[in-house]
Design a protein around this ligand. Structure first.
Ligand code: PHE
Ligand code: FE
Length: 294
């Protein structure tokens, strides 16, 4: 039975004995218990109900392409056959959090790292570290989209550069506000595509329906300067006009001069609205823990 170990034990400075040199491990799919498969099914069923009219078209398409409605925890072997054909990406299992350079190296080679454990039945709503439901249901559908697939590979290469420049803190904000908590404008209205939103029962509603958070049009420099919170729903979401545009602006921009420019500028506090922002919704910031921030 694979259960989530103590978070501390997920922090290693070298690959643990059972892992390969690149930190990957076997998913060991046959070791999941019936209860663990049932946890996946419960989580899947409630998210799937939430997503029509909320999730981005690319995400909904990905769920279909990858047959994620098949009951039980996905077998990476099966999943990868479809994903490889779609965009050349693979999902690989790792024992927990991996070092930044390892993470970026995998992304740059079109490998998405995923924890292989699933949360316990008493942790359906809140989890400190990403489990297989967040990693696979949240992240992998978007990887079946060619534009997002290219973006993630480019991000991996950008991460290796940022490590050299000492600008990981800034680049990580881009990941946070797109890959994890991104919103997108679609003809019918705003939609969610960030993995942290689509895999969350509460935030998949809050991100679109609540009048508490700000919703601001995506601007690369602005995002790289903006702090974020990891302990509650976001106070601020950035909205991309399209996946084509996200890919275009990030790939065409050499970040080096941007990092140099913003090094001279202050960071932007989580819920602040600044000059130049194209604000779609100015939030009330009434959500409970937004208050403590003021
Ligand atoms: N163009 C970025 C750079 O010069 C790399 C990058 C691409 C980063 C896509 C994020 C997303 O570093
Ligand atoms: Fe994630």
């Amino acid at each position: 039975m694979l259960t989530a170990p103590d978070p501390e034990s997920h922090v290693y400075d070298k690959p643990p004995a059972h892992a390969n040199a690149d930190w990957t491990i076997d998913q060991n799919w046959s070791a999941y218990s019936a209860e663990e498969h049932a946890t996946w099914d419960t989580l899947f069923a409630r998210q799937r109900e939430m997503l029509p009219g909320r999730a981005a078209q690319a995400f909904l398409d990905g769920v279909d392409i990858l047959h994620l409605s098949k009951p039980g925890i996905p077998d990476f072997g099966e999943l990868n056959q479809i994903l490889m054909d779609a965009t050349g990406w693979q999902v690989v299992a790792v024992p927990g959090l991996v070092p930044d350079d390892v993470f970026f190296e995998h992304l740059a080679n079109r490998r998405f790292v995923s924890g292989n454990f699933i949360r316990r039945p008493d942790q359906l709503d809140y989890l400190q570290e990403p489990d297989i439901f967040h990693d696979v249901f949240g992240h992998v559908p978007m990887l079946a989209d060619q534009r997002f697939a290219d973006y993630m590979e480019a991000y991996g290469r950008g991460g290796l550069r940022a490590l050299k420049f000492g600008t990981l803190k800034q680049l990580a904000r881009l990941y946070w506000y797109t890959v994890e908590f991104g919103l997108i404008q679609e003809p019918e209205g705003l939609r969610i595509y960030g993995a942290g939103i689509v895999s969350s029962f509460g935030e998949s509603v809050f991100a679109l329906d609540s009048d508490s958070p700000n919703r601001i049009m995506f601007d690369l420099e602005r995002v790289l300067r903006t702090e974020y919170r990891i302990d509650d729903f976001q106070q601020n979401y950035f909205v991309i006009p399209s996946l084509d545009e996200l890919l275009r602006v990030t790939v065409e921009t050499d970040f080096k001069p941007v990092y140099e420019k913003i090094a001279e500028m202050p960071d932007i506090a989580i819920a602040d609205i600044v000059k130049g922002d194209v604000v779609l919704t100015r939030g009330t910031q009434q959500h409970p823990s937004a208050q403590s921030d003021k």
